[in-house]
Design a protein around this ligand. Structure first.
Ligand code: TPP
Ligand code: MG
Length: 362
């Protein structure tokens, strides 16, 4: 088992290709045909293109605050390739690649960031929970779903995601603990992108790494190079087989880097050095996988042309989202309860008054 060979207590990191795309661990290289590797790269490239366009649309004032994913594509696409239709994706808010891989559309993603409820109601993606902003809470949902899966003897595995900062929340420990005690099928992924907004990991924990937190709760854990598509794929594959067979949960720390800002409201130059960003640039997941493919002579596509195609597709989906139905004030208050409680009714009436007052003042 790979998990046995990379003991997080010894701070080992599981890696298969280096920054130049060279295989350094041939023994554990997953068996994937060329076509599948190319498909994975294209999915990563699509996710990156879509992400960059989302930032641009936000900058144009055409949608609200957005959390960039640039740099975190490999681990997300690897997870997406392992998840089956009935497996559950339980995202936080920086899982664009995994959501796309599960069948969520960019139109739905855009609708979410325009405030529409329909941006959480995925038409062609099965078993995907809505984006979850209250840090850590989604892990409890994941353990709960897995408990129900086990109770109903279903063949489904649950894939929740959390950030490095999220591991300091009580919810993280509670979810891992009970998933382990109940021996339910959950694969927890920590996207350790080194920061929680401006707070670096070293200010977050005294643990030697984040995977080691699995030890206390009695489940297998592994720290993986999150920018190494092959290592992430191999780790997920093993975790998946293990959990699916009824052995209980697994914790994967995907060691990666958030290349962009925390959100479009953040400025990372205020808290991190350019040198650090340049150092991580060398480990960029797309560059690494492309170098691997070039080394094998299997990458023959015109990348510029591909990006142009992807941009047209994303643009089309954005236009559809932008021309969606009007946004009534009612929607802000409507979806939390079946019957709107009195205090929300009051808030809504107050806000309507305020809008009227603004209109009169014009
Ligand atoms: C319970 C809770 N506390 C605080 C916040 C504000 N907040 C939003 S993102 C964030 C940092 C999250 O960092 P991390 O878990 O590392 O995820 P990342 O943003 O790096 O993907 C915080 C503190 C929140 N959304 N929910
Ligand atoms: Mg983080």
């Amino acid at each position: 088992m790979i998990f046995n060979d990379f003991n997080p207590l010894e701070d080992k990191t599981f890696r298969i290709i280096d920054n130049d795309g060279k295989v350094i661990n041939n023994e554990l290289l997953p068996v994937l045909d060329d076509e599948t590797v190319i498909k994975a790269y294209k999915a990563m490239l699509f996710a990156r293109t879509a992400d960059e366009m989302a930032i641009s649309f936000q900058r144009q004032g055409r949608m609200y605050t957005y959390p960039p994913n640039n740099g975190q594509e490999a681990l997300q696409i690897a997870a997406g390739m392992i998840m089956r239709e009935n497996d559950w994706l339980v995202p936080a808010f920086r899982e664009l690649g995994a959501m796309l891989a599960k069948g969520v559309s960019m139109k739905e993603i855009f609708l979410y960031y325009m405030g529409y409820e329909e941006g959480s109601n995925f038409k062609n993606a099965n078993h995907v929970l809505p984006i979850c902003v209250p840090i850590g809470s989604q892990l409890l949902h994941a353990t709960g779903i897995a408990y129900s899966v086990k109770l109903q003897k279903k063949d489904e595995v649950v894939f929740p995601f959390i950030g490095d900062g999220g591991t300091s929340e009580g919810d993280f420990s509670e979810a891992l603990n009970f998933a382990s005690v109940w021996k339910v099928p959950v694969i927890f992924t920590i996207q350790n992108n080194q920061y929680a907004i401006s707070v670096p990991v070293r200010s977050q924990t005294k643990s030697v790494n984040l995977a080691v937190k699995s030890v206390a709760f009695g489940l297998p854990g592994i720290k993986v190079d999150g920018n190494d598509f092959f290592a992430m794929y191999a780790a997920y594959k093993e975790a998946f087989e293990y959990s699916k067979a009824g052995n209980g949960p697994v914790l994967i720390e995907a060691y990666t880097y958030r290349k962009g800002a925390h959100t479009t409201s953040d400025d990372p130059t205020k808290y991190r050095a350019k040198e650090e960003e340049l150092e991580w640039e060398k480990a960029d997941p797309l560059k690494r996988l492309k170098k691997y493919m070039e080394g094998k002579g299997i990458w023959k596509e015109n990348e510029e042309k591909l990006i142009e195609e992807y941009k047209l597709e994303v643009e089309k989906q954005f236009t559809e989202a932008e021309n969606f139905r009007p946004y009534p004030l009612e929607d802000v208050f409507r979806y939390m309860y079946t019957d709107m409680p009195d205090d929300l009714k009051r808030q809504k009436a107050d806000y309507e008054q305020f809008l009227k007052w603004k209109e009169i003042r014009k």
